[in-house]
Write a protein that binds this ligand. Structure first.
Ligand SMILES: C[S@@+](CC[C@H](N)C(=O)[O-])C[C@H]1O[C@@H](n2cnc3c(N)ncnc32)[C@H](O)[C@@H]1O
Length: 246
């Protein structure tokens, strides 16, 4: 079972997200256990202060090293695995991707550190973390929303979590391409029809249609992904045809 610890000064933000849908089911199936810790509880000063003024002056407060160092040490001591990935949520970190989610899903223990205010004392970054992750090129108020995003992307990949069909294998990015369009009943909704091929029952042709639509969508929306996508010679030929059509 994967263990996920989260360090935050706003732990109340998490039960809503961790307590619903797939993240909740994953915990019920014992694929993962969550532990959200207020690192203020580790502050060794009388007022449980976790932040202080920046050396050299300037705006904003900086998270002190002591509460976060002690919280991480305690969580590692309590865990069976002594080699967790310690992930700092940070707009300066590597951009989160499906590939990174797949990599983290192979780990036994993840510890997320959620920042606030102006950021962290640099010694946290230098000495106790293994990864720095950003969820995009914009600045959030705190790391909590980012940690939730990364946790969601990882937990749905854990074995058994999405059920026997393992639907994530076809998801956008998992194959290196964007996913094909989906349709459900009715076949004719107010004159808007489902493509005939999907009603044909011919699975070979349906698979081919899906792959072509996936290529078409990736080419029109995210052509940058095609550079790294592993395509068969047949798929390359389809892609060339799609390029000519557009
Ligand atoms: C207001 S931000 C601090 C930004 C910092 N002054 C900077 O310019 O890099 C406070 C915290 O929110 C979180 N955060 C903000 N933007 C984020 C992003 N794009 N991805 C992940 N975490 C983010 C981080 O934990 C960060 O320490």
């Amino acid at each position: 079972m994967m263990k996920i610890d989260v360090l935050s000064i706003f732990p109340e933000m998490f039960p809503g997200v961790l307590g619903h849908s797939i993240l909740k089911k994953a915990a019920e199936k014992q694929a993962v256990s969550y532990n959200v810790v207020n690192f203020r509880d580790y502050a060794d000063n009388r007022h449980q202060t976790v932040d202080d003024y920046p050396y050299g002056g300037g705006a904003g407060m900086v998270l002190k090293p002591q509460p976060i160092f002690d919280a991480v040490t305690d969580l590692v001591d309590k865990a069976e695995s002594k080699k967790p990935r310690v992930i700092l949520m940070c707009p300066q970190g590597e951009s989160h991707t499906q590939k990174k989610a797949e990599e983290l899903a192979r780990e036994e223990h993840l510890i997320f550190i959620c920042g606030h205010y102006e950021g962290y004392d640099e010694r946290i970054r230098e000495h106790i973390i293994t990864d720095e992750i950003s969820i995009g090129d914009y600045v959030l108020t705190g790391g909590e929303l980012g940690a939730m995003v990364v946790i969601d992307s990882v937990v749905r990949l854990l074995p058994g979590v999405l059920g026997s069909e393992e639907s994530h294998i076809q998801d956008s990015f998992s194959t290196g391409l964007l996913e094909h369009p989906h349709y459900t009943r009715p076949a004719d909704f107010r004159g808007m029809k489902v493509p005939d091929i999907l009603l044909s029952g011919n699975h070979k042709l349906i698979d081919e249609w899906r792959t072509k639509e996936s290529l078409r969508r990736t080419y029109s929306r995210r052509p940058d992904l095609l550079d790294a996508a592993e395509l068969s010679p047949e798929q390359r030929k389809w892609l060339e045809d799609i390029k000519k059509q557009q």
